[in-house]
Every structure is written in C-alpha cells, then in structure tokens.
Ligand binder design. Structure first.
Ligand SMILES: Cc1cc2nc3c(=O)[nH]c(=O)nc-3n(C[C@H](O)[C@H](O)[C@H](O)COP(=O)(O)OP(=O)(O)OC[C@H]3O[C@@H](n4cnc5c(N)ncnc54)[C@H](O)[C@@H]3O)c2cc1C
Length: 468
C-alpha cells in the first residue's frame, strides 16, 4: 500500500498486518474523510490543512487494543493522530505529518456511575453519557453543542467549556475533570492515571502528549430544562439581561447566549417563532425558575418569544436552543454562506454592556457579535464568538487589533498550533510529551515549540517556563 499522505515511507500493508486483530480502514476515500475536522470554519486553516491526509485508520475497541496499536506505531516510527468525532475547529485532529489515524469511537461505553461522577471510555459520545446518567437523576456538568457526534476524549483533549459552563465553570475549573487515564507511546505503552489538577497536563493538549483511554468527570443533579429565546431591540440590552440572568440567585441557568440580530437572519428554523430583526438572548433554565426568568427579562425590555420544555420543542419540530449557541451559531451561518468565519475574543470582567456598545461601531459592518456567558474561576465572564465576513488575512488582523486595542483579548481561532489559542502558555504540556511520547510521534507539528525542546529532558523542558 503506498502512502496517501505522500509524507511517510512506511510499508502500510505490513503495518496493517501487524495491527491485527485491531480493525483498520484502508479505503483512501474514507481515510481522507477521517483526516478532516471542522478547520474549514477558518479560511486560513482551510488553505493550510485541506491537503493533509493520513495513511491508515485503526479502530481499537478496548484500551488493550489501543495499547497494541500504539506499540505497533512505535515500532514503525509512524506519526499518530488520535481522533474522536472530528468536530474540533483548529485542525486539531488533522494528520500534519501523515501516518496513522486512530479513530477512538469503537472504544466506547460508560464504565461507572457514582454519586457526582461518571467514568467513560474515551470514545464514548457525550450524548450517550448524558443518556446513561439520566436514570440515576444526574447529567454532565457541561457538554459541547456537538454532543451527538463528539467524544468525551475529544472534549477533554480539545475542548474547553460548553452548555453548563455558566453554572459549573470551564472544564479546567477545579472538580470538573476528576481523573483520566492516558497511554504513553512506547515499545510497551504504559497507562498513567492523572487526578485532580494533574489532569490539566493532558487537558486541551490536542492529543500531543498521551492517548486518553478513560475519563472521570463531575456530574450534577438532572433538571427539567426549559429552552428560552427572548428578543430585544438593542444588543447591549440583551447582553445586560444575560449578565443579570447569569448572576441571578433565583435562576439556575445552564446556558446564557446573546446573538446579534443580523446573525438571526441565518436561523431559518426559527422563522415565524421569533420576532424578525431583533437581537436574541438564548437560555436554558430549570422549569421551576420560569417566573423569575420572565420577570427579569421583561424588566430589561425583552419579549419572550419561545419558552419550551423538551416535549413542547419536539412537538413543534424545533431544534434545541443550544443549536444557536457556542460554535453552532457560526455553523448556522456557514451552512448558508462559506465566506463567513469567526474569532474567539475575551471581554472585560465583569461584563460591561457599555463597553460592548462602545465597541460595536468601531468593529465595522463585517463583524457581528455573539456572546457566551460562563463562570470561570468563580467569576461570570463573557466570550465573543463573532461572525466575521472574511475578505483577507489583513482585514482579519485589523479586526483583531481593534478588539485588542479596546481591551478585548483575542484567542486566535485561526491557528493550528496548540500554543496559539492561549491555554498552553508554558512548556508543561511538552515536558509531559517527552515523558509520554519520547519519539514525538503524536502529531508533533501541531506544537510550535516541540522541535526546539525535544532533545531536552522533561525537567529541562518544564524549566523553560513561559512559552508566549
Ligand atoms: C458546531 C460546533 C460546536 C462546538 N461547540 C463547542 C463547545 O460548546 N465547547 C467546546 O469546548 N468545543 C466546541 N466545539 C469543538 C468540539 O466540538 C469539541 O471540543 C468536541 O468535544 C471535540 O470532540 P471530538 O470527539 O469531536 O474531538 P476531535 O475533534 O476528534 O479531537 C479533538 C482533539 O482531541 C484529540 N483527541 C481526541 N480523542 C483523544 C484521545 N482519546 N486521547 C488524546 N487525544 C484525543 C484529537 O487528536 C484532537 O486534537 C464545537 C465545534 C463545532 C464544529
């Protein structure tokens, strides 16, 4: 079998034979499909990554088969990319150096449900975890809006926060990520358990420093959620109401999102259900908090257009309200027009509607705001995930500069470096890569600094401190 990527000189037929009994996929079309994720959200990443392909796909079903797969890769010096649902946005699961793609989705299942925690194999879909938890009266503390196709291993290795984060914090906040097991890539792969704060060495390292086989996460009591969409005349009023909901002691919201009216024109499924041309506040609240929610939003001048239990939503044939939050908002626009893209931007803390109002005219008509409210380190913060009508890298840089100059830090969504997005600011993840992946087989080109430090000991890599 010749190399599809054109980047390896490994005998892939012999490699596949060595993998037995692990299932493999050898059809080039399917390998190419599994070489992609949602990097095409970014025209910059699309140009850089669309021709990066792997050479073979392996589908281990158990941690033992995963260990065997990694041992074979080690023996052949094969580059390895681990892949869950492939819903990441930064080309996280794209094989930059060709080689083996390990699809984790066959290694799935909830293994233990406790009081306040759940353990699942890395390839388990998050919607399946939530379904398995329901009979015990629990649910995941947070999940991304891609829960139907995204895996728990991919969320821990590539994600950061999601629906539930306004109540329960980001994934990295204490108590949310309780433990994980990761395999090293060595002649005899070792399983290492990371607990508590130590899980952060592997969290959001994009699969560069160990292969996660199982994860233990915090769960919270299950509630009967009501999906709400409230419309407002002014964006900053929707934002102010969002802040008030996030802070309200009598409203235990699981989601608070605000969306510029111009974006809502790309939500055809909501046509006829919400007032046209208005700015949105999207929220999920417990059924018993409806009266408090109504009073608060109406007090801010909002009109409640939708307030539906899940059964009512299904009867109307409407999507979940979280399909209009996080990166699903961007997806709704991209479905209609591929010239849109997005950015990830922090906002002044505490949230300040006046700062948002002052910034809007400075950004220009090609930037349409969309904010997510979350609790990070105990504080309510917001992130802007704006729709940007892309014209050139120079204009994108100018938009970034405008945000930054006004006190809104940009966490660049158009980079394929793990160090580029702001969460891996020192060398700790690379010290762990040296320990867990001494040959540097786990998609090393995704790290801006690996080549410069790979000859050092883990201790010397860690001692390098700040990487920015
Ligand atoms: C429409 C849309 C909405 C989204 N909403 C959110 C959101 O609300 N919050 C959020 O955080 N993200 C969000 N994302 C990003 C992404 O969906 C999530 O992070 C998701 O959890 C990734 O899971 P996955 O299984 O698809 O991972 P993949 O994309 O397959 O992988 C992500 C990264 O993890 C690595 N990886 C996967 N499995 C393992 C493993 N077992 N061991 C080691 N490394 C591994 C991969 O190599 C890759 O680097 C969104 C993306 C889209 C397209």
């Amino acid at each position: 079998m010749t190399s599809i990527s054109g980047k390896t000189d490994i005998d892939w037929t012999a490699f596949a034979a060595d993998l037995a009994p692990v299932e493999t996929i050898t059809e080039p079309v399917l390998i190419k499909k599994r070489s992609r994720d949602f990097f095409w959200y970014s025209p910059i990443l699309n140009a850089a990554l669309k021709r990066c392909f792997g050479d073979l796909v392996a589908r281990p079903k158990t941690p033992e088969e995963m260990a065997h797969t990694l041992a074979v890769a080690y023996a052949h010096d094969a580059p390895v990319v681990v892949r869950g649902g492939g819903t990441g946005n930064y080309g996280q699961a794209v094989p930059m150096a060709g080689g083996l793609i390990i699809d984790t989705t066959a290694m799935a299942g909830v293994t233990e449900i406790g009081d306040g925690q759940v353990t699942a194999l890395a390839g388990t879909l998050m919607a399946d975890i939530n379904a398995a938890l329901a009979p015990s009266g629990q649910e995941m503390a947070m999940f991304p809006s891609t829960q139907d196709i995204a895996t728990i291993g991919g969320f821990v290795a590539g994600g950061s926060a999601g629906i539930g984060s306004v109540a329960n914090g980001a994934l990295r906040d204490p108590g949310n990520l309780i433990a994980l097991t990761a395999l090293s890539v060595e002649e005899m792969p070792r399983a290492r358990v990371f607990e508590g704060e130590d899980t952060l060495h592997i969290h959001h390292a994009w699969g560069l420093n160990g292969v996660i086989t199982d994860v233990t996460l915090r769960t919270v009591p299950k509630r009967d959620w009501v999906g709400c969409i409230v419309t407002f005349d002014a964006y900053e009023t929707a934002y102010a109401a969002g802040h008030a909901i996030a802070l309200a002691e009598d409203i235990a919201a699981k989601l608070v999102t605000t969306v510029d009216a111009r974006i809502c024109a790309y939500f055809p499924k909501l046509e006829g259900h919400i007032r046209a041309g208005k700015h949105l506040l999207v929220s999920m609240i417990p059924a018993e908090d409806r009266a408090a929610f109504e009073a608060l939003t109406q007090g801010h001048g909002g009109q409640i257009d939708l307030m539906l239990t899940d059964a009512e939503r299904r009867a109307l044939g409407l999507p979940h309200v979280f399909d209009f939050s996080y990166n699903h908002t961007t997806l709704q626009v991209l479905k209609a027009d591929r010239s849109a893209t997005y950015q990830q931007v922090g906002c002044p803390v505490p949230p300040d509607p006046a700062a948002i109002a002052a910034l809007r005219p400075k950004l220009g008509d090609d930037v349409w705001m969309h904010h997510e409210f979350a609790r990070v380190g105990g504080d309510i913060v917001t992130f802007d995930l704006p729709i940007i009508w892309f014209t050139s890298p120079e204009r994108l840089a100018e938009i970034n500069d405008t945000y930054e100059a006004n006190g809104f830090p940009v966490y660049d969504a158009h980079t394929w470096n793990v160090e580029g997005g702001g969460l891996k600011a020192d060398y700790t993840h690379l010290a762990w890569k040296k320990r867990m992946d001494p040959k540097g087989l786990l998609n090393s080109p995704k790290s801006r600094f690996w080549d410069a430090v790979k000859h050092l000991s883990p201790e010397d890599i860690a001692a390098k401190g700040d990487a920015t």
